[in-house]
Design a protein around this ligand. Structure first.
Ligand SMILES: [Zn+2]
Length: 177
């Protein structure tokens, strides 16, 4: 199920659309749209003791589960600017991005309303502020990397394996890195 599957008429002029491999085109006005994953920017925020900051989701999808702070990039937005913006909105923290952790595909929501997403993840440290939940976050908590929430308590599909693999690699890394 792709985002363009139900698209039949041009949103600009109402003429029928032509579908071609993840792309639609309107022969009347020239409108073209490609199906892409929606990019997000998120952070594994670390404190001096190596704890990671997780955010409990206030709203669906996956309300009540632990997520990493972050969110969808705006159109044309620089990813690191979007990361800083989302962290400030959700946690009140001014952060400094560190090492790039990776890019992880997933879906946001389930069923016909599911959106394909591409999660871009950086390590980050706090420059200013105290963590205070806001926006679509109901609670913030520091977790030791050796005592992360269970898979069932973590939001989405990409997060649990990615967070555990990262924690394992980070804990094995030499101190003072
Ligand atoms: Zn058109």
């Amino acid at each position: 199920m792709g985002v363009l599957d139900g698209w039949r008429y041009c949103p600009r002029c109402g003429s029928p659309l032509v579908h071609d491999h993840g792309r639609v085109e309107c022969g009347a006005c020239g409108f073209v749209h490609y199906a892409n994953s929606a990019p997000t920017a998120s952070a594994f925020v670390l404190d001096d003791g190596g704890h990671v900051l997780l955010a409990r989701r206030a709203y669906e999808p996956d309300a009540g589960l632990w997520d990493v702070p972050g969110g969808f990039l705006e159109e044309g937005e620089d990813p690191l600017e979007g990361l800083r913006r989302e962290l400030l909105e959700e946690t009140g923290l001014t952060i400094e991005p560190g090492k790039f952790v990776g890019a992880f595909t997933d879906t946001y929501g389930d069923g016909p309303r599911a959106t394909a997403v591409l999660n871009l993840v950086w390590e980050a440290s706090i420059v200013a502020g105290e963590p205070a939940p806001a926006d679509d976050v109901s609670q913030l908590r520091w977790f030791p990397q050796s005592a992360l929430p269970s898979d069932e308590e973590l939001a989405f599909r990409w997060l649990a394996p990615s967070l555990r693999a990262w924690a394992l690699a980070t804990r094995k890394a030499p101190k003072g890195r």
